[in-house]
Design a protein around this ligand. Sequence first.
Ligand SMILES: Nc1nc2c(ncn2[C@@H]2O[C@H](COP(=O)(O)OP(=O)(O)O)[C@@H](O)[C@H]2O)c(=O)[nH]1
Ligand SMILES: [Mg+2]
Length: 448
Amino acid sequence: MRSGYDTEELIAALATPWGESALAVIRTSGTGSIEKVASVFKGNKDITKLPGYSLTFGMLRDGEKAVDQVVLGIYRAPKSYTGEDMVEIFCHGSLPGIQAVMELLHKAGFRDSQPGEFTMRSFLNGKVDLTKAEAVNELILSKSRQAQVLALDRLSGSIFDAIDQAKHFLADILAAVEIQLDYAEDEADPAAGFDMEKLDKAADILSRLAATYQVGKLYKEGIRIALAGRTNAGKSKLFNLFLKEDRSIVSDIKGTTRDYIESSVAVKGIPAVLIDTAGFRSSDDPVEAEGIRRSNMVIENADIILYLVDGSEGLTPEDEAFIKEHPCIPLWNKIDKTDAAAPEGFVPISAATGAGFDGLEELIYTKAMGSRRLDTGEAVIDSQRQKDLIDRSLDAIGKVKIGMAAQMPLDVVAVDLEEAVNALGELTGEITSSDILENMFSRFCVGK
Ligand SMILES: Nc1nc2c(ncn2[C@@H]2O[C@H](COP(=O)(O)OP(=O)(O)O)[C@@H](O)[C@H]2O)c(=O)[nH]1
Ligand SMILES: [Mg+2]
């Protein structure tokens, strides 16, 4: 079967969202792409003669017919994103216009790119290793500024550097072991050339990286926070405070929020989906009853439940029952309008004035992080693929240690050492099959 990622072919894709906008960017790549675009372009300059990193203005034409007025960005191999000749087309962002440009490119000999195909070519041409390639996608998909900073760090090579260091330690040991195997006398001490300290250093680097996965996953996937509580406790008011805008209807008419609504926020850098639910209140109105049923479902599925109580009204048996049955953060709301002290374990806040809100965010952060830690400047992984390969390498290192302690023959130990090195080679992409690559890049956006 022919792969959809044939690197001999010329590819094109819309790199900006499919929607009306001032400008749209269409990317093309491949050997001969500049000449192909030149065949449908008329400007003051002959783009086949332009050096890399030039911009030029002109008209895309289908024979005599004008297609769009554009600016072209010319890149020449190997100094481009993919490492190939590339032309980026800045055209007008009208849907029929974008479509016309794409059709023109198809006519000229380009095909639509597969997801992640530009980055895959960049990898195949040695511009990036796999950890950086994955970081490109993570950067695009990051849901909070902190998540974006972590991905940017990976893009500049923080993970690659750590893996590379560990791999060098392991490769040094392997080389020494192989020399022993080749030259040492039968009676030589097999442990003589074996640098246990290097093995420990490699294991240490890898264990630290593996431990960051839980943090990485948290920043990648985020958490779900549900607001619960009786009607009029102030859930919608608090929801809006998180959003810093009036999204949810706040009203003292009971049952205003009939269904649930959700919105993306960041709580101290952790991406979160915040869900405002319909209050608990039995209702004869079938629509409202359905809203309440759905709300209950949302609450059961949340990672963190904030349970609001109107402090000016006090605790009811219903509140107490909920708090007893659910792991939640109980909030004592409306402290601006009551002197009643918050009961033990409650967080006093005012959704109206914002009093106590910083402390609440702090508490959510602590709860979400749990035992995880994020040290400044530390490389953080958020890819399951990377985590699995680091674990595989660590397992193999464990076997090496056991083998050495049990004074196993060196050639047996060498097999595990090789496995430890290979897992890391697969991680950065030195050893990778095309199936694994296509599977990985197919999860990317088209145009990246
Ligand atoms: N004074 C005061 N009023 C609040 C506070 N939080 C909510 N309210 C008011 O309580 C009423 C019900 O609020 P709402 O957010 O709609 O409650 P929900 O039913 O739980 O969503 C509205 O009139 C809000 O303005 C607060 O912290 N202080
Ligand atoms: Mg409400």
